[in-house]
Ligand binder design. Structure first.
Ligand SMILES: [Zn+2]
Length: 245
């Protein structure tokens, strides 16, 4: 020991909760990876593990810097100035948040994405993510913009108690396969077309002739709402078994 190294041990930081202004502000890019940033990364990782979370963004510990730590059980990932460069598909997960403990809701995220970020050595790395990791990346990047998962929730926000009661009732079987409510717009087409022509005399007649078709539009609209489980009632897979992000 030369007396210069400070053993910070497992220093942790206070985690801000919904209602605190800092969670709603945009974080600033890290210009230089200095000692303060390294300490921030260390403390954030300690905090993540102490709280048994799977992701934590710097604004959640009151620091408006673009810094994130994640561990979904596959090792610690540290992200400095992360940027999503590609995304595709959709998935819905039930998310929670360390800054809004005990509350959960379904959120739609890309199914797959590519992300670039710097590590603590200043190297730029590229990550390919899907499933849970993609969800957590998106959730944390939202925090850097001052966005919370509750801003994106589809349907209700559930408390942990509600979820437990629901899963006790259904033995945890309810998995949201697919959001069926997107099918809604198909019925509107034909009747609009009937009136759309300029009122040239010749065309008026053809407009009338189309009325038969307009009726078929109704047939389509009969399907609207036939989709059974919408996003509201269904419960998506819980992120990391209910652990907060
Ligand atoms: Zn969060």
């Amino acid at each position: 020991m030369n007396g210069l190294e400070v053993n910070r041990g497992l220093a942790t930081r206070y985690v801000c909760e919904l209602g605190e202004d800092v969670l709603r502000k945009k974080a600033k890019e890290v210009k230089k990876i200095d000692r303060k940033i390294i300490e921030l990364l260390d403390d954030m990782a300690n905090t993540l593990y102490e709280k048994d979370g799977i992701g934590l963004a710097a604004p959640q510990v009151g620091i408006l810097k673009r810094v994130v730590v994640i561990d979904i059980g596959e090792g610690l990932i540290e992200l400095i100035n992360p940027v999503i460069t590609r995304q595709e598909g959709e998935q819905i997960y039930m998310e929670g948040c360390l800054s809004y403990p005990g509350h959960f809701g379904n959120v739609k995220r890309p199914a797959k994405l590519t992300l670039r970020a710097f590590n603590r050595e200043g190297q730029e790395l590229e990550y390919e993510a899907e499933g849970l990791l993609a969800v957590v990346f998106c959730h944390e990047l939202d925090h850097l913009e001052g966005t919370m998962f509750i801003d994106r929730v589809i349907g209700e926000i559930y408390t942990a108690e509600q979820l437990k009661a629901m899963s006790d009732a259904e033995e945890g079987e309810a998995t949201l396969e697919e959001v069926t409510s997107d099918k809604v717009t198909s019925g509107e087409v034909t009747s609009d077309k009937v009136t759309s022509g300029v009122a040239d005399e010749g065309e008026v007649a053809s407009g009338e002739a189309d009325e038969g078709k307009a009726a078929s539009g109704e047939a389509t609209s009969g399907e609207v709402g036939a989709g059974g489980t919408g996003a509201n009632g269904a419960i998506a897979k819980e992120v990391g078994g209910g652990r907060a992000i």
